[in-house]
Design a protein around this ligand. Structure first.
Ligand SMILES: [Zn+2]
Length: 107
């Protein structure tokens, strides 16, 4: 699985907690694919569907306005701890400037 995801800095800062367990964490995973697929990925992580949309709208409000889903492929990173991501079978990477996060890419 190869991907060319932007470094975390492009999404601004990821201040906050794991979206699943709300514990503080310095790791995240990025999803790349169609918007509904990205939301499905969040759901697999353990985020409720409504919360997935809210989380995405918060991360990129210019693209996820008014609950609308952007067309085409998107790349969205979410802060999640290793334990929660591991339960869903997703990789996580340390959030650091200039370092690409591991990506879960829609086939
Ligand atoms: Zn967690």
């Amino acid at each position: 699985m190869s991907t060319n995801l932007p470094p975390s800095g492009l999404h601004g800062d990821y201040t906050g907690s794991c979206v699943v367990c709300l514990n503080g964490t310095e790791t995240a995973v990025a999803f790349e694919g169609e918007a509904e697929w990205v939301i499905a990925g969040f759901t697999v992580l353990g985020v409720m569907s409504d919360q997935s949309r809210a989380t995405l709208a918060e991360s990129a409000p210019e693209r996820w306005q008014d609950g609308k889903v952007p067309a085409g492929r998107v790349t969205e990173a979410v802060r999640v701890c290793g334990d929660c991501a591991g339960r869903a079978g997703f990789p996580v990477g340390l959030i650091a400037a200039g370092v690409s996060l591991p990506g879960v890419v829609q086939p």
